[in-house]
Design a protein. Structure first.
Length: 324
């Protein structure tokens, strides 16, 4: 027998305002055609003034709890991944905890940028497997619109706001890949790549939140190799392969990175969930947002094998293999 962290429910939330490529083309020198061709992004959602990361996260968490049929009082752990917290401190997770009326257990944030959801899932899994906690909310939530330089066409067209959440519960499994739940996680980081993707401000440097800066071509160059490495690690650790996978739900940064990674791994295109066209890159929120779409439209069903992966600033990168 082996304890497993099983996904009981999923939910997400997108701000109501949609910004199309045409709207951006009126603001910076770009075109719908360029953005679609290079990234696959058609639109993104942007938070309203005063709408914060903790608000988006709370809506996603409420939806995930409702989907799981679990009351907030049964949650004893909240792990929230974000690079755009409401405040420098306290952790955004504690605001979500308070919004949900939870006064027991523990809530904290994870900073791994676009890899945040995979890092948060892996962290929560380890808490549940240790026996210290029973039911977790794992949330990815971002308001990247607040750290974009809206005059920089090389970055402002890529990102969007949103939040997604899963309810994770400790259950007993048999210890085989037939078990439901998280079957493997592989996390990596390498700080030598900082300058390729970073925010040029912070409490201890400029005293401001700063703006996102990126060497897009450099990120692209490294992304496919790093992503496929951690997925190959997951395959080796579990004996699963591209053929036995039901779904590939990657971080939604760019359609070209997603399809190049799937091609390299021989994952069939019809198994790849792509939502970047509607959401843009929502950083830590992108995987649970994509999962929620594919679960609610009936593609991902209980028992399916799902591979998650992400790469983000740092660099950080990781994979998680889950049986739904
Ligand atoms: N509209 C029109 N032209 C543009 C735009 C724009 N929005 N942005 C850049 N250009 C121009 C450039 O200035 C350049 O012009 P030049 O040749 O006259 O100098 C030309 O387009 C080509 O620029 P490149 O940067 O070479 O374009 P590329 O094909 O590499 O596409 C992109 C850029 C989409 C950013 C790509 O490099 C990419 O996807 N990189 C990965 C980055 C990424 O997804 N980051 C997300 C965060 S990390 C993560 O989540 C994995």
């Amino acid at each position: 027998m082996k304890r497993r962290a099983v996904i009981r429910g999923i939910g997400s939330y997108l701000p109501s305002r949609i910004v199309t490529n045409a709207e951006l083309a009126a603001r910076v020198e770009t075109t719908d055609e360029w953005i679609m061709q290079r990234t696959g992004i058609a639109q993104r959602h942007v938070a309203a003034e005063g709408e914060t990361t903790s608000m988006l996260a709370t809506r996603a968490a409420e939806a995930a709890l409702a989907h799981a049929g679990i009351d907030a009082s049964e949650i004893d752990l909240i792990v929230l991944a974000t690079a755009t917290p409401d405040y420098t401190f306290p952790a955004t997770a504690t605001q979500v905890q308070n919004n949900l009326g939870i006064t027991h257990g523990v809530a904290f944030d994870i900073a791994a940028v676009c890899s945040g959801f995979v890092f948060a899932l892996s962290t929560a899994e380890k808490f549940l497997l240790s026996g210290s906690h029973k039911r977790a909310l794992v949330i990815g939530a971002e308001t990247f619109s607040r750290i974009l330089d809206w005059n920089d066409r090389t970055t402002c067209v890529l990102f969007g706001d949103g939040a997604g959440a899963v309810v994770l519960e400790a259950q007993d499994g048999k210890g085989t890949v037939a078990d439901r739940g998280v079957l493997s996680t592989h996390l990596r980081s390498d700080g030598r790549h900082r300058a390729k993707l970073f925010v040029d401000g912070g409490p201890s440097t400029t005293g401001t939140a700063g703006h996102l800066r990126m060497e897009g071509r450099e990120v692209f160059k490294h992304a496919v190799g790093m992503i496929t490495d951690v997925i190959t690690d997951a395959f080796a650790a579990t004996g699963v392969d591209a053929d036995t996978l039901d779904w590939f739900v990657p971080h939604q940064a760019n359609r070209r990175i997603i399809t190049a990674s799937a091609d390299k791994l021989n994952i069939a295109p019809e198994k790849v969930v792509i939502t970047v066209s509607e959401h843009g890159n929502t950083s830590a929120a992108s995987i649970p947002l994509a999962l929620d779409v594919a679960v609610k439209d009936g593609r991902i069903k209980p028992g399916h094998l799902v591979m998650l992966e992400a790469l983000g600033g740092g660099f950080t990168w990781g994979s998680a293999l889950v049986r739904w």
